[in-house]
Design a protein around this ligand. Structure first.
Ligand code: 5AD
Length: 353
């Protein structure tokens, strides 16, 4: 396909914020470094138009690596017996939040495996304590699939946002990445219930997961466009040595950047992190992500002694600019490309805080 046709698609995507499935497929299959320059420039400009040259930070607290699930890609899957399991106490979590608050963070993301020892009551209390101690902060949960009444209870306790990636919008592909007891349908039911309850909802997928096709990626993009999440988290798949997917290759950094840019143009106002997985595969992942239209970074705020135990994939970065205590170096990296970091909850535009 001639490169001027690809440019025409990119220009139209930037203007109309939509493309058909066959057009998205053409774009994914015929992009080049030259066409990416145009795509990233449009995406960057779009992000700046909505958010200015600001990057929002979220402090990530990995509160438990116990998980009842057995997702084939994930290092903390229940059948990985080599994981040293831990669970932070509510006081540990509050200590992390106090440290994060002093560093200027105003969103705390509580992420964990599907650990039912942290079910309703316990997490409910943690959420209300955080909101009581830091009423000017947002609390985001990332704790997997739960019953709607649990989501509701956590929302009532003050949780503002929920992250639950759909992982792949193709039911057959979903089945190859997950054990038989998990289904795309129940994942989607959770996502719709979270939205209905009133959370700001984030979804997303891995780039380059085993057996993923370009057609699958188009399905992901169109599902996201239709679902209209407030946030979208995407990052390259990275193999973990103790999983059934240990021998599969990692996803591509360039393709991840391309998809970030396409997402920014499909949903101009979306909150879009430059993820840890991206920054694990490329030392400049944060900067490259921001320059491709991302506007959020989630530094690791977990206690230092548990970080190595929350290993979803090999070599996961949790030091330097990936760590909350490395915020100064992160800010310096962002300043290099002309961006600054406001002290702000960083809500989705149009959402009242
Ligand atoms: N590589 C990249 N991302 C992964 N995740 C889990 N395992 C991996 C892996 N091996 C992502 C999933 C999950 C999020 C918390 O981390 O998309 O939703």
């Amino acid at each position: 396909m001639p490169s001027n046709d690809i440019s025409a698609y990119i220009n139209r995507l930037a203007k109309e914020h939509t493309l058909s499935a066959p057009e998205l497929l053409q774009l994914l299959q015929n992009s080049s470094e030259t066409s990416d320059r145009l795509l990233f420039e449009h995406a960057r400009r779009q992000a700046q138009q909505i958010f200015g040259k600001n990057v929002y930070l979220r402090g990530l607290i990995e509160f438990s690596n116990y998980c009842r699930n057995d997702c084939l890609y994930c290092g903390i899957r229940r059948s990985n017996k080599n994981v040293s399991r831990y669970r932070l106490t509510p006081e540990d979590i509050l200590t992390c939040c106090r440290a994060g608050y002093k560093l200027g963070l105003r969103t705390f993301v509580l992420q964990g495996g599907e650990d039912f020892a942290y079910d309703d009551q316990k997490l409910t209390q943690v959420i209300s304590s955080i909101k009581k101690q830091h009423p000017d902060c947002a609390v985001t949960l990332s704790a997997g699939e739960r019953a709607p009444h649990i989501y509701q209870q956590w929302h009532n306790a003050g949780a503002d946002r929920y992250l639950l990636r759909h992982e792949t919008a193709d039911a057959g592909h979903y089945g190859r990445l997950h054990p038989p007891e998990l289904s795309l349908q129940s994942r989607l039911e959770c996502l719709y219930s979270l939205k209905e309850i009133g959370y700001q909802v984030g979804t997303g997928f891995m780039v380059g997961s085993p057996w993923q096709t370009d057609e699958n990626l188009v399905q992901d993009l169109l599902f996201i466009k239709k679902f209209r999440p407030h946030m979208v988290g995407i990052g390259p798949f990275i193999p973990h040595h103790d999983t059934p997917f240990s021998a599969f290759p990692a996803g591509s950094v360039q393709l991840t950047l391309r998809l970030l840019a396409i997402l920014r143009l499909l949903l101009p106002e979306v909150l879009l992190p430059a993820t840890t997985a991206l920054n694990t595969l490329s030392a400049k992942g944060h900067q490259l992500g921001i320059l491709a239209g991302a506007n959020v970074i989630m530094p690791n705020l977990s206690p230092q002694d548990v970080r190595a135990k929350y290993t979803l994939y090999d070599n996961k970065r949790s030091t330097g600019s990936e760590a909350a205590e490395g915020i100064a170096s992160l800010k310096a990296q962002l300043a290099e490309i002309g961006y600054s970091v406001p002290v702000s909850r960083g809500d989705a535009p149009g959402v009242l805080s």
